[in-house]
Design a binder for this molecule. Sequence first.
Ligand code: HAM
Length: 428
Amino acid sequence: MSNKLSTKPYKGVRDFYPQDWMFQKWMFWKMKSVCEKFGYENYNASPLEASELYEAKSGQEIVQNETYNLTDRGDRRVTIRPEMTPTVARMVADQMRELPKPIRWYSIPNLFRYERPQRGRLREHYQLNVDIFGSDSIQADIEVIQIGAEIMKSFGAQDADYKISVNNRKIINALFAKYCDSDEDTYQIAKLIDKKKKLSNEDFYSSIENYLGDKTASFIEAIENTTLENAKSFADQDDIAKTQELLSSLASQGITNVVFDLTLMRGFDYYTDIVFEFFDTHPDNNRSLFGGGRYNDLLDIFDMEKIPAVGFGMGDVTARDFLETHNLMPELGSHTRVYVGVLDNDSLPTAQELASLLRDAQINTEVDFSFRKYDKMISAADKKMIPWFLAVGEDESALKKFSIKNTVTGEVQKDLSVEEIIHKIQHG
Ligand code: HAM
């Protein structure tokens, strides 16, 4: 048997080679720019949490089936975070009195879920989390959705490329109250609706029938055909008015791809009111992109006074699938601007001096001191997508004049002083 170690990463996680990581950073920078434009502050935390944190409210499924758990040497049960919401709620709860409200925070942590790897789902992903704590106003729900839409726009998406589904848990709960006899039935039916797209119509019907018997047909008709208008017959008028305000306010801000969908559940148990999800409308990637909602009771788990909260999580995997599907992937070059190829040992001092002057001028410069052939060095610069190439040999060392080649256009300029080179690189 061979003892050779695999060079591949653990199942369902990714290595990020420099080109991949450059793309990640580009995506994170887009997310960060929009969040900061809206006045959100960046926070961070450890990926390790006490397991109890997730057992209270995340939703049984994720804790039982999807978390990575371990017991440390001191017999403490530890979970690698599968989501950021319990962590950020814990952090807010811990400093509740000191933190100025409303709290507007964002973070881009990596999260770990033991899932069957498939398109859009991995075992480790990065997730932008955007949350507001301390505002009960529907304006806060509107703002976080607006941030989601603004990020999509900054990726180059048009409104028709995706749609935003919105529901209000209170409205669907009012319907459940009409049909379900127990909290357990309600819970199970909510989970079934959440999985509806993965089930055939027959399976969905028969699973609901297990709980609702002969009320099944009327229940399914209600969830499929209920508009915000006719929800007035069973839901609280305030909840309907709030949801209506959210839809019209988004429309008045030019976000017109929003639909009310009573079947939108979102998996976690902590959502209390508005929930929303962004979906790709492209037939090749017809899937959820990201989502979130309001969770006003999550701080209960710390036995603290309530603090209203709303936010969303946007994953990097689904975002990348979206960008690829819609041909919106950016072309990213190297951060290094100049590749200095040193032709021989005697030319090294001149090359290093030149590199220092370039770096002093804030020009990122790589020096190749392998003394390889000119062609080999220029091909390396090209492969690394470094836009400028300079060779330093005997003549350059003697005259302190250099030729510079643009690796993209092939243009060469000869006999330039260091000052002229700096000018050329900075101004093209
Ligand atoms: P979530 O729906 O579980 O919500 O995840 C949010 C997004 O993270 C998903 O829509 C998807 O983009 C991405 N995502 C989730 N799991 C995976 C996975 N296994 N592989 C790749 N991407 C994934 C939450 O996590 C909530 N805590 C979000 C939130 C923040 N709600 C309020 N504030």
